[in-house]
Design a protein around this ligand. Structure first.
Ligand SMILES: *[C@@H]1O[C@H](CO)[C@@H](O)[C@H](O)[C@H]1NC(C)=O
Length: 326
């Protein structure tokens, strides 16, 4: 059903051209490499390149840093593991744990995390650690306003996903270039449902659809950077019916955030290429399933907005230091 939403013919032609140009580039790159090796000989100035590379690494350290906003639910081991990792990233400024469990965090958990954060605070840099304790268990909790936040950038993450620090810092750099955009690693897409002949009905599609078409219109908040202003907008300015929907259906807070940012900017989000390590047991969850409920959210939110604010794009930000040939 879903493949008939977009023209098969266009896709096939696109794929052929893409493969063709990839081969051309590979051929071209091989020619260039052989020429460089032949001309430069054994005394090549690769050493100079390495020094330049090292100085670039140093100067690209972010100055202001970002806040880690981590959502967790009864998985203290995963929480410990991911905070231990992210605390070692140089740009991290503070850690905010969204806590919605009925029991408050245990003494031993607090001590452990304080120790982790302290041992990673060096060079006059201290990482702040805070629990945001919530009485009500709602998915809206993860977007509550954070008072007195020093950094503008929020890195929102689930407790079971780990990215290498270099990947996080790269995404942070991309966000600095577009601080109003949502910048992250997990893209999703909505399609207009042409099959039924309605132009105002939408379908939510997961990873395979994005992979097949290279098009996306949302970046999920389980792994993304966004400006802290969107937190207060989510709680105080977004229509309350959307927050009520999220609480009641226990789903789609991330889609609601995508709608909010798209409506505010009129622009698409930015997908950053990055290697994801899922440390929880449910590794498959992010790949498929529960599409019908998500489709319902998209249509419901579009009705509240009175239009479809999401904007599609096919841009992908890639760290050029790690991309070979093209
Ligand atoms: C969408 O953005 C416009 C312009 O910023 C704003 O006036 C409007 O309230 C927003 N719509 C919703 C449903 O939040």
């Amino acid at each position: 059903m879903r493949t008939s939403l977009f023209s098969r013919r266009t896709i096939r032609q696109g794929a052929v051209t893409a493969v063709g140009s990839a081969k051309m580039k590979l051929l071209l790159a091989c020619c260039i490499v052989f020429t460089v090796i032949a001309l430069a000989g054994p005394t090549a100035s690769f050493l100079g390149w390495e020094q330049l590379d090292a100085s670039l690494h140093r100067s690209s350290l972010p100055r202001k840093g970002y806040a880690l906003l981590i959502n967790t639910w009864k998985r203290n081991d995963l929480l410990k593991q991911s905070i231990s990792h992210y605390a070692s990233c140089p740009g991290l400024d503070s850690v905010h744990i969204v806590w919605s469990e009925p029991n408050p965090p245990s003494e031993s958990l607090i001590n452990f995390l304080n120790h982790v954060v302290k041992s990673n605070s060096k060079n006059g840099r201290s990482i702040e650690l805070k629990f945001d304790i919530n009485k009500e268990d709602s998915l809206n909790n993860r977007f509550k306003e954070i008072k007195d936040l020093k950094s503008d950038a929020v890195f929102s993450i689930d407790d079971d996903i780990i990215f290498p620090c270099s990947t996080v810092e790269f995404a942070y750099n991309v966000w600095q270039s577009a601080p109003d955009a949502m910048v992250g690693f997990v893209p999703r897409v909505h399609w207009v449902n042409i099959v039924k002949g309605h132009t105002d009905e939408y379908v939510y599609s997961g990873w395979w659809s994005v992979w097949w078409t290279g098009t996306y219109s949302m970046i999920l908040s389980k792994a993304s950077f966004f400006h802290k202003k969107y937190l207060s907008m989510y709680t105080y300015e977004m229509p309350s019916s959307i927050r009520e929907y999220v609480t009641k259906n226990r789903n789609c807070e991330d889609i609601a955030m995508s709608f909010l940012v798209a409506n505010a900017t009129g622009a698409p989000p930015i997908w950053v290429k990055g290697k994801i390590y899922e440390i929880g047991s449910t590794g498959i969850s992010s790949l498929g399933g529960h599409s019908n409920r998500r489709t319902h959210c998209v249509n419901w939110f579009a009705a509240v907005y009175g239009r479809m604010p999401l904007v599609s794009t096919s841009l992908k930000a890639v760290d050029s230091r790690y991309s070979w040939f093209w």
